[in-house]
Design a protein around this ligand. Structure first.
Ligand code: LLP
Length: 421
């Protein structure tokens, strides 16, 4: 459930009419609902209680400072994958001891910043990383708390570009080599083993792959403990999917996901960490766009929007579906018209939806892309010299611009003229 509903025929974000935001900030823009973010966060809290746990919001899904602060103020930690995300989480007031650092390519400089600033744990993904981290931490007179990300060789049954738990993927160390790598970690002066990490992919729509992976983690926990390692935390990653197509998808609920966690690893006495991104942020955001033209082609009609693939790349990159709805509710009985919904960028890939039935639209109308909170704004670019679009946060009857649209001057002045020109 989200808080984007029609009221008196107009789409609202909580108590604010989307058209009022559009009139104030201009289109296109992203808008997020505080109540939806909070609701999704609480669903995880409820699903994992009474196990000791920490919900580390995956900042990569929606990295805005105000969103991080909204969740951080509720008690959330953060899962970060770069020092930039680390600094953003800290700037949002999330303490270092609630931040886990994931990612396969952490640099020495990133490790040093996180160690200086305070970090809950590094999720180490390879032996070379382990050696570098130990060396850096030891040189600072510290022992870095670590988990090692294991690759359980489980098929997440999701889009191939976002599956991470098969042995051919670049992530983690093979589970078969865990004993060896943990033994090496235990012998190093600059790291302290605190647990195990796993993340098998994103937008999972079944619980079965989680169950398989977590069962392997449970078995490994027992084995590593027998081998003398103090496994006290299990980081189970993120990945729970959301219903992108409301009409025909119903992915598992956080409560049932929590049930799988309790069943598989609940009796080990470990603190459980999860790193959800999309399930918290995805349906908490819309991208709102204006119709520039309705163009009748020879074979099809095009709805040309002022938003483009640079603003929301998921359809172009993954063939992803986003429901697209009019901001003014169509009158009952309105017959749909079929459109290709496209942006102005100069490539055919800039297509949001093909042959999509929509209420008939006119230039100047507003449409909203649902489920655009996750991997929307964060993956946007300025391709075609299009400014990054603003982000707006709604809370009840208030709204605030939480990232402003840059001016063309700002964009141009980020470049510089080489001295010989
Ligand atoms: N933890 C780790 C280590 C991850 O790599 C990810 C996502 C997450 C947590 C959060 O996963 P979530 O709960 O959001 O599924 N750009 C793609 C998704 C990439 C996901 C990358 N890793 C998309 O638009 O679908």
């Amino acid at each position: 459930m989200d808080h984007f509903l029609y009221r008196d025929g107009r789409l609202h974000a909580e108590d604010v009419a989307i058209s009022d935001i559009a009139a104030s900030v201009g289109t296109p823009f992203y808008v997020y609902s505080t109540a939806t973010l909070a609701r999704h966060y609480r669903l995880f809290e409820d699903a994992l209680s009474p196990l000791p746990h920490l919900i580390c919001f995956a900042m990569k899904s929606l990295g805005n400072l105000s969103v991080a602060k909204t969740l951080g103020d509720m008690g959330a930690g953060a899962d970060v994958v770069s020092v930039g995300e680390y600094l953003k989480a800290r700037a949002a007031g999330i303490p270092g001891d609630r931040i886990v650092f994931s990612g396969i390519g952490k640099t020495g400089a990133e490790m040093r910043t996180a160690l200086e600033g305070g970090i809950r744990q590094f999720n180490v993904e390879s032996e070379p990383e382990l050696e570098v981290l130990s060396e850096i931490a030891a040189s600072m007179g510290l022992r870095a708390p670590i988990t090692i990300r294991i690759n359980p060789d489980v098929d997440a049954r999701t889009h191939e570009k976002i599956a991470t738990g098969k042995k051919e993927n670049k992530f983690g160390i093979p589970i078969g080599r865990a004993s060896e790598v943990y033994a090496r970690a235990a012998a190093l002066p600059g790291v302290e083993v605190v647990g195990i990490d796993v993340h098998i992919g994103s937008q999972l729509t079944e619980l079965e792959p989680f169950e398989q992976a977590f069962q392997k983690v449970a078995d490994l926990t027992r084995r590593l403990r027998e081998e003398g390692h103090g496994i006290r935390r299990l980081d189970l990653g993120g990945g729970l999917g959301i219903p992108y197509e409301r009409s025909n998808s119903a992915p598992p609920l956080p409560f049932d996901y929590g049930g799988v966690i309790k069943r598989t690893v609940g009796d080990l006495g470990c603190e459980i960490e999860v790193e959800p991104g999309r399930l918290i942020s995805g349906n908490a955001g819309l991208m709102v766009a204006g119709v520039i033209y309705v163009k009748s082609g020879e074979e099809r009609d095009f709805l040309i929007l002022d938003a483009a693939m640079n603003d929301l790349i998921r359809p172009a990159m993954y063939g992803a579906h986003h429901d697209i709805v009019p901001v003014v509710e169509p009158a009952p009985g309105t017959m749909p018209h079929v459109y290709d919904i496209v942006g102005p960028v100069c490539e055919t890939g800039d297509t949001f939806a093909k042959q999509r039935p929509m209420p008939p639209a006119r230039a100047g109308d507003l449409v909203a892309f649902r489920s655009a909170g996750a991997y929307g704004a964060v993956m946007s670019s300025e391709y075609n010299m299009r400014p990054l679009i603003p982000e707006v946060l709604v809370n009840g009857d208030q709204f605030a611009v939480i990232r402003a649209r840059p001016s063309y001057d700002e964009m141009i002045n980020r470049d510089s003229i080489a001295p010989w020109l």
